[in-house]
Design a protein around this ligand. Structure first.
Ligand code: IVH
Length: 676
């Protein structure tokens, strides 16, 4: 049993990693900060280590980075471009060294010499030189094959196009980091979230002249394939690189022993904000190439190197104001406006305060001097208030009891699950009656999982709202394109594209339609459940009209919270108006029934009692994966009643009366195991 749960947990982590990789490498828009990313990777690797039945092609033990995107020609690397494993503290370094000493079969007193190199947070590239000539440049891609970005790399002045030195190998892949200096990023900060994204975006421009516009730098630090190589140590290689005309990191050092590595780490970390480029840690490499060769690689990172990561970046600033943002579901999110500060190369002027409870807990006030943390690309937040610096006349922040957008009461709801009041305060109006909520609802309507209208992004929603072009979702389908064409920033082609994208989406699946309405507590999964049960949009619209919610009561997975929310939604006249108007404009396709090829095909199941080692949700999903159906009451339609601990007696008795097959958890599992 546990095996299934472990596998599921593992696969979820892999899926998350794949998603993060796509955002990071392909879209240049990270989903999570580096710390969280490293944590996911670490968890996957440690699960694989503990359970040898776990394996997946997308695991970090199998691949490096992410498949390159389609824009550039793909070329295999002659020597893989590896990744580095991470260390976060001295303990991790001690462990790293211990493993090496064991591997080399040396005594614990063996002293290892390292090359310590600040880890620049940019984009790695591999430059092939043949007979001294720069002939090809590749991005890392997935480590096995990269993108041919030669022309873009050619625009970088730090990259020598020809190396004349006599001792330069006849063929070599020089590898290093492409990055942008913080001072150059200053000019671009409206366009990119951080210097790394700017470098990545610039390098991947289709037109090299666009790359040239952004001043990219290159620092060399390693090599891939090499012919005629006579160097024995990493620090000697770095000096040679310099002699050959490549830039190297000015803070590189040769260091012996962990204590000294730690000392260097603290020194560099304290200098970090003064350095003109972003660094996110220090790379330690065993200095001797002979030892490196002996040590080799584990999976896709070398045994002889590790990246010692810096902790999240902090800065001190003053709160100048506290503003309230209103989300789609009415949540009031307080945001601290702070005096702009540069944290690790990014200018920060906002920090989220999360919710009312957080402000109360930390007693955050306007005028306070605060420590702000920026970890990767997540929204910066406040860690603590420096109470010693608080002015005598400072006043407690009073959270608005009326919505700043529409003036309605703000409320804290009682959470049925946690049996506590929510930490979040919300505007009590139902959606479109509150301007800020309405804008967010329309943004949701056009978003990826909902109508997914190509080119209709958040900025356009705001723009059209301000121009009073849209007020409700249905307005999107009656836009006056002739008028839009006259507007600033629009042309014949862009309007034609928008028109086409909107037209295309008039044909929509039932589940997307439900999801796009933005009903509170009805996420995509719940929308799918409702669509699957009701089968047709007419039915949904009739329920809305007659408010006869009873048909939705028996859907497994739709609980009291969802039912309350649907009821509230259907009571609002504007919501009904939206549904009726959309029904007239759209072709809403009935829910598609799942392909039925699993072994539990056309069989119905129901659970009673507590299951061992598996959640109800997972048990249900296992049944559905095998084409079975879950039903929620004991009737003639039920094929199997699965009983866990302390089953409801009445259910078991009724099942017996109806001669329904009763399965213990173990029996059900062996039924499932026959399927796999
Ligand atoms: S060595 C096997 N040296 O860190 C060796 N990498 O996670 C791998 N990086 O993709 C590369 N500074 O983008 C090396 N001095 C340095 C580095 C460095 C930054 C980046 C590089 C690589 C990533 C490894």
């Amino acid at each position: 049993m546990d095996k299934i749960k472990i596998k599921k947990d593992y696969l979820e982590k892999i899926q998350k990693l794949v998603k993060c990789n796509k955002h990071y490498y392909d879209l240049s828009k990270p989903l999570v900060d580096d710390k969280e990313y490293d944590q996911i990777k670490k968890e996957i690797l440690s699960l694989e280590k503990r359970y040898n039945f776990l394996e997946n092609k997308d695991s970090p033990s199998k691949k490096v980075g992410f498949k390159p995107s389609k824009n550039f020609k793909k070329v295999p690397h002659k020597v893989l471009m590896l990744s580095l494993s991470n260390a976060f503290d001295e303990k991790d370094l001690i462990n790293f060294e211990k493993k090496i000493i064991n591997f080399l079969n040396e005594k614990s007193s063996y002293e290892i010499e390292y090359s310590a190199e600040p880890k620049i947070d940019g984009i790695s590239a591999s430059l092939t030189y043949k007979k001294g000539e720069f002939v090809m440049g590749l991005s890392r891609g997935d480590g096995k094959e990269g993108e041919d970005i030669t022309q873009n790399l050619r625009t970088i002045s730090d990259i020598p196009k020809k190396v004349l030195a006599k001792d330069f190998p006849t063929e070599i892949d020089i590898r290093g980091e492409v990055f942008i200096q913080n001072k150059d990023f200053e000019k671009l900060k409206d366009k990119f979230a951080n210097p790394r994204n700017a470098a990545s975006g610039s390098l991947r421009q289709k037109n090299p002249t666009d790359t040239k516009k952004i001043p990219l730098k290159f620092i060399a630090y390693t090599f891939g394939y090499v012919k005629d190589f006579k160097i024995n140590k990493q620090n000697e290689y770095l000096s040679k690189l310099n002699e050959w005309g490549f830039k190297i990191n000015p803070f590189n050092k040769k260091i012996k022993g962990i204590k000294n590595l730690m000392k260097n780490y603290s020194e560099i970390e304290s200098k970090r904000n003064k350095i003109n480029f972003d660094i996110d840690g220090i790379v330690y490499k065993i200095n001797s190439f002979d030892l490196q060769k002996r040590l080799g690689n584990v999976a896709n990172s070398p045994r002889w190197a590790i990246a010692h990561k810096f902790s999240a970046n902090n800065g001190v600033s003053t709160i100048t104001n506290i503003e309230i943002q209103i989300g789609r579901t009415g949540a009031l999110t307080p945001v601290a406006k702070i005096k702009p500060i540069n944290i690790g190369g990014v200018v920060v002027s906002n920090a989220t305060l999360h919710n009312e409870d957080e402000i109360i807990r930390k007693d955050i006030r306007v005028g306070d001097v605060v420590v702000v943390e920026r970890a990767g690309d997540v929204i910066p937040h406040i860690i603590e208030v420096d109470l010693k610096k608080r002015k005598k006349n400072s006043q407690k922040y009073i959270f608005p009891l009326k919505c700043p957008s529409c003036g309605s009461e703000t409320i804290k709801e009682y959470n049925l699950i946690t049996k506590k009041k929510d930490a979040v305060r919300r505007c009590s109006s139902e959606g479109y009656d509150c301007e800020k909520m309405a804008i967010e609802k329309i943004k949701h309507f056009v978003s990826k999982e909902a109508f997914n209208i190509d080119g209709f992004g958040k900025k356009i929603v705001e723009n059209f709202w301000n121009l009073k072009i849209i007020r409700l979702p249905q307005d999107i389908f009656t836009l006056d394109f002739k008028e839009i064409e006259k507007m600033d920033g629009w042309g014949r082609q862009s309007v034609a594209n928008l028109r086409y994208a909107i037209e295309e989406r008039k044909n929509i699946s039932f589940e997307r339609f439900i999801y796009s309405l933005g009903i509170r507590h009805i996420g995509f999964e719940n929308a799918k459940l409702i669509a699957k049960t009701l089968k047709s949009a007419e039915k949904f619209i009739n329920i809305a009209k007659d408010k006869k919610i009873s048909e939705l009561l028996n859907i497994d997975g739709i609980g009291e919270t969802q039912i309350d929310s649907l009821q509230k939604f259907f009571l609002n006249q504007t919501n009904l108006k939206v549904i009726y108007s959309l029904q007239k404009i759209l072709k809403i396709n009935n829910a598609i029934q799942k392909k039925k090829d699993g072994i539990l095909n056309s069989k119905t199941f129901m659970f009673t009692g507590k299951l061992q080692g598996i959640s109800r949700a997972e048990a249900k999903s296992l049944i559905e994966k095998n084409s079975g159906t879950i039903i929620s009451n004991v009737s003639k339609k039920l094929d199997y009643l699965i009983i866990g601990e302390k089953p409801t007696k009445r259910k078991v008795e009724t099942a017996k009366e109806l001669r329904i097959k009763i399965l213990k958890q173990s029996e059900w599992l062996s039924l499932l195991n026959k399927t796999s």
